[in-house]
Each structure stands twice: as C-alpha cells, then as structure tokens.
Design a protein. Structure first.
Length: 167
C-alpha cells in the first residue's frame, strides 16, 4: 500500500509538474502572443500614423497647390485687367490723336481756303486796279488826243486866219 501511495503521490507530482509545465508553456505562449499583438498593434499604429502623415502632407500639398493656382489666376486676371486698361488708354490716345489731326486738318483746310479766297480777292482787286489804271490811261490818251486834235485844229484855224489876214 505504501507503494501504491507512493505511486499515486508520484503521479500527482508528475501530473502537477505536467500541469506546471503546461501552465508555463501556456504563459510563455500568452506572453509571446501578447508581444506579437503589441508588435502588430505598434506596426498598425505606425502604419496609421504614417498614412495619416502622408494624407496630411498630401492635403497640405493640395492646399498649397490650390493657393498657388488661385494666386496665379488672380495674377492672370490682374494682368488681363492691366492690359485692358492699357489698351483702353492706347485707344483713347489714338482717338484723341486722330481727332486732333482731324481738327488740325480742318483748320488747315479752312485757313488754306481763306488764304485762297484772300489771294483770289487780292488778285481780283489787283486786276480791277490794273483795269482801272488802264481805263484811265486810255481816257487820258483819248483826252490828250482830243486836246492835241483841238490844238492842231486851233493852230490850223489860226494858220488859215493868218493866211487870210496876210494874204
């Protein structure tokens, strides 16, 4: 009986040792699983953090690109407005220049016309003056001829009287 008790005691001890080993193996497996789970969680967290950082960087890059495009668009619009203003100023200056040229041309034509009229009037006056002078010269010449003729007639008559008196 003593042997049986010893066998039972040994079996209990062996069973206890077996349970202790299984518990130790189980604890080591639990620790290993916990480590793996921690590693996996850490890896997932790192991946999530990296993904979040990447997404944040992409969002920031898109935001900066959007700001850049809006700034470029504003600059294009401003450049277009500046060009339109400059074109308007240039057109106004051209219209003003053309209007000035038209005014100058109109004044020049008017002055030329006045000069031509004055020249024509001066020529008319000159011709009228020359015509009058010629007319009066002709009248003087005719008057002189009549006078000369009268003188000649008078002299002739006197000569006739003298010849009658002395004859």
């Amino acid at each position: 009986m003593k042997g049986l008790m010893q066998d039972q005691h040994r079996e209990r001890i062996l069973a206890q040792m077996s349970r202790d080993r299984q518990r130790q193996v189980q604890e080591q497996q639990d620790i290993a699983r916990a480590r793996e789970a921690k590693k996996r969680i850490s890896s997932e967290l790192r991946a999530r953090i990296e993904q979040n950082q990447k997404e944040e960087a992409e969002r920031e890059e898109r935001r900066i690109e959007g700001l850049k495009k809006r700034r470029e668009r504003r600059e294009e619009i401003q450049a277009q407005k500046d060009k339109e203003i400059q074109d308007t100023i240039t057109r106004r200056e051209e219209v003003r220049r053309q209007n000035n040229q038209a005014r100058v041309q109109s004044w020049t034509e008017r002055l030329n016309e006045q000069d031509a009229q004055q020249a024509a009037m001066a020529k008319q006056h000159q011709q009228a003056k020359l015509h009058r002078q010629e007319h009066f010269r002709e009248l003087e010449r005719q008057g002189q001829q009549r006078k000369d003729l009268r003188l000649a007639v008078t002299e002739q008559q006197q000569a006739i009287y003298r010849s009658q008196i002395f004859a």
